[in-house]
Write a protein that binds this ligand. Structure first.
Ligand SMILES: [Zn+2]
Length: 427
């Protein structure tokens, strides 16, 4: 397989900058009182990604430690540098300064950087690279892991897939996750504190703690490979969504982003019988009382509070994927939440499920997708004829696993879920 090299103007500049800075650090060593380096010396050409790993109250603080040598930067200076591990301590922030063990450091930003095999522990997980702590507008501590893309992916794959799954499933997932991450790097921009979150709202990332040999191997064997789509010579990286189980046919990205998408690699409508072994391929009806639905939506949307309670839910728009065939059942995309006072608020169907999950309602965990029928039965809303797990857009993990077991090569698995997309080497 010959994979062409991919050039993304902004990304190329970003990579060049990181290599240059890394080079300067190696030439000049690490002088004391130096301005904090923006990037660690990472293998040539690999971009550094910034992942939000924790957000906690500044007084409450966060438990940190390192497993080996470390350097702490605060207010643009090296304030601690040791060849020994940093003992477990609580990092907190009060009245303009940081407090760790018995020491205090001024400023609103503090960086713990490691060398060699040393890692930073934040809460229960350990991370390679460096962790930047800063204070957000609400006064909370925001912890962001700056880590090279390949190391990041090794900490993602094992959290997304089962350990027993095929290496080709891992490799297809590595390429999809790298494409997604590269896209996101450009989306927020450099002024934002981070590129991605470490949970399901981006990609689940567990740092070093989550790495496995299989995950590392899949990342290494697909190094720099990404998907891009568009006219010949003008292909672009896209947000390569993926989910656990599509339920029989992939969805249009329409269900996540709102406006209709009828062409391109995320248009959906790809038949997938291969995820039938997933226990959530079809799922039992879930009944949720209207009070619970109202409470969950009120916590997320101020406008819903003004409805004075939930009268009903009306489907106003369904996804219509061409190509899904007889297996395709239109699924809700936009819904109206109708209040007891007759007013209504329009939200995406996917956000109704997210609101119920975020609210911690136990039965909502069995509402595996919004690929279902929504019915008003008086005091409750029933979600039935349920299919699939997750949003069902892009790569279907259970389907990819079945295809890998059948002997499908990685490129064929990817083109089944992202039609028209091509493989490129980004670095
Ligand atoms: Zn599927």
């Amino acid at each position: 397989m010959r994979i062409p090299r991919f050039h993304l103007a902004g990304l190329a500049a970003f990579v060049v900058a990181s290599v240059l800075v890394a080079g300067l650090i190696m030439v000049s060593g690490c002088p004391r009182h130096a301005v904090e380096p923006e990037f660690r010396a990472v293998p040539a050409g690999i971009p550094v990604i910034r992942v939000l790993i924790a957000r906690v109250g500044s007084g409450e603080g966060v438990g940190i430690a390192t497993t080996g040598s470390y350097t702490i930067f605060a207010a643009g200076r090296i304030v601690a540098d040791s060849m020994d591990p940093l003992p477990e301590g609580r990092l907190s922030h009060r009245s303009g300064g940081w407090s760790l063990h018995a020491a205090g450091y001024i400023g609103d930003k503090l960086t713990v950087s490691t060398r060699g095999r040393s890692c930073v522990r934040v809460g229960a997980n350990s991370y390679r690279g460096k962790v930047v702590f800063s204070i957000d507008q609400a006064g909370r501590i925001v912890a962001v892991n700056h880590v090279d893309m390949e190391t990041y992916l090794a900490g993602v794959l094992a959290r997304e897939l089962y350990q027993s799954w095929h290496i080709r499933t891992y490799k297809a997932q590595a390429i999809a996750a790298r494409t997604y991450a590269m896209y996101e790097m450009g989306a927020f921009g450099k002024t934002h504190r981070y590129d991605l979150r470490a949970d399901q709202s981006s990609q689940v990332y567990g740092g070093v703690s989550a790495e496995t040999d299989k995950a590392r191997r899949a990342v290494e064997e697909t190094r720099g490979m990404v998907l891009a789509a568009g006219p010949e010579g003008r292909e672009k990286i896209f947000r390569a969504y993926y989910s656990a189980c599509c339920g029989g046919v992939t969805n249009s990205v329409y269900v996540i982003t709102g406006p209709p998408v009828t062409s391109g690699p995320l248009a959906g409508g790809q038949t997938c019988r291969d995820c039938a072994s997933c226990t959530r391929y079809r799922w039992a009806p879930v009944t949720v009382s209207k009070e619970v639905v109202y409470r969950a939506l009120s916590r997320r949307y101020q406008q819903v509070v003004d409805l004075n309670g939930l009268k009903t839910i009306k489907i106003v728009e369904v996804a219509d994927c061409a190509g899904g065939g007889a297996d395709f059942k239109p699924r809700p995309v936009w819904i109206d939440v109708v209040g007891l006072n007759g007013r209504k608020v329009r939200i995406r169907a996917e956000d109704l499920r997210m609101s119920l999950l975020a609210d911690g309602y136990p039965r909502a965990k069995r509402l595996y997708s919004m690929n279902c029928r929504v019915r008003d039965v008086g005091g409750s809303i029933v979600f039935d004829r349920g299919r699939g797990f997750g949003h069902g857009v892009g790569l279907c993990q259970w389907g990819a696993q079945a295809k890998a077991q059948k002997g499908w090569p990685v490129e064929k698995i990817l083109s089944a879920y992202y039609p028209g997309a091509k493989l490129f080497k980004a670095y």
